[in-house]
Ligand binder design. Structure first.
Ligand code: ZN
Length: 334
């Protein structure tokens, strides 16, 4: 990656340079200055525009996602719940898929994917669940499935939206992210009715090589290198922990793919492992999608697609296994 020419920035004293250089040598390949902005200074409009200009379309939301949703119209109710408007980058209709014959006497189960558009198996796992397994729950649960919350990010294989905002830190009132605001509006009527919500994600090698360095650069903070765990894990809500529910989901997924071990500190991505393959985050205070309802049972899946031990099909299968186990548990525990 090109770096800004030295003339563009003030000379740093030798001591400061050493502080930067030594950790860079110790780290593996990706850790270096992010090519946009000035280290230590949060991005302004110019840096965000520079970042956005670098993002190119690499795959098609219409071809990969909307065509699959269209095929489901004969069996499910498909609803367009809004549209992202990103000017010259285009407009993106947003789709939710519901159980036909929605029955107010049945529990509501919410499945979301593609809140981070680059996390491929979140999107395709949700679609695969709809195509292969969702019909099994007819007459037992009301399903609301949103396969691709962030289509702009899906096409550019990026974590952020076009405004350099992470939708999965933006589930709050007056959200700055169009994607999050639209989903909040969609689920408002079921906010207190949903019994279960599973939000489908991935943890990828590009988190460490691109997205975490970009985040540090955007916010004017130093990049602290971390470790990407090899395997699947779940994030439970520290504000509403449901360990038995998480355990049931892990038990189903480990039939399909391997579960991430704790690192030498007993952690996964910097958080203590509270049970095999489970860490906790505070969903609502962090503005995470998995806190968008008041459901009793909530979790976030984290599939690792870059493992030499996992194929893309296995990643999708892991997401489907997680969704089914989550629904089954919630059906069995009213
Ligand atoms: Zn994610």
């Amino acid at each position: 990656m090109p770096w800004h020419p030295p003339a563009a920035r003030p000379r740093a004293p030798v001591k400061v340079l050493l502080l930067f250089v030594i950790p860079c040598i110790a780290m593996t390949a990706p850790a270096r200055f992010y090519p946009i902005g000035t280290p230590g200074q949060p991005w302004g409009a110019a840096e965000k525009a520079e970042w956005r200009a670098r993002q190119t379309v690499q795959r098609s939301y219409a071809a990969d996602v909307v065509t699959v949703i269209d095929r489901l119209r004969g069996r499910f109710d498909v609803e367009s719940y809004g549209e992202l408007d990103y000017g010259t980058d285009g407009r993106y209709p947003l789709f939710a898929v519901r159980s036909r014959n929605w029955n107010p006497d049945l529990p509501v189960m919410l499945v979301t994917g593609g809140v981070h558009g680059y996390e491929t198996s979140g999107v395709h796992g949700a679609l695969q669940f709809l195509e292969q397994r969702a019909a099994d729950y007819a007459g037992r649960a009301n399903l609301l499935v949103v396969p691709c919350v962030s289509p702009w990010g899906y096409e550019r294989i990026h974590r952020w939206n076009a405004d350099a905002i992470d939708p999965n830190r933006s589930f709050r009132d007056n959200s700055p992210a169009q994607e999050s605001a639209a989903l909040i509006r969609l689920v408002a009527p079921i906010r207190d009715l949903a019994r279960m919500h599973i939000d489908l994600h991935e943890t990828t090698d590009t988190d460490e090589s691109e997205f975490r360095p970009a985040l540090a650069a955007r916010d004017g903070k130093p990049f602290e290198p971390g470790e990407i765990p090899d395997g699947f894990y779940l994030v439970d809500d520290s504000g509403n922990p449901q360990p038995d529910f998480q355990r049931a989901v892990i038990a189903a997924v480990e039939q399909v793919t391997h579960i991430a071990p704790a690192d030498a500190n007993g952690e996964i991505i910097g958080s203590p492992v509270v049970a095999p393959g489970v860490i906790e985050y505070a969903f609502k205070p962090l503005g995470l999608c998995a806190g968008v309802t008041n459901a009793r049972y909530t979790t976030t899946t984290e599939v690792y697609p870059d493992s030499p031990k996992a194929t893309p099909a296995q990643c999708n299968d892991a997401q489907v296994a997680a969704v089914c186990a989550a629904i089954d548990y919630a059906l069995a525990h009213a």
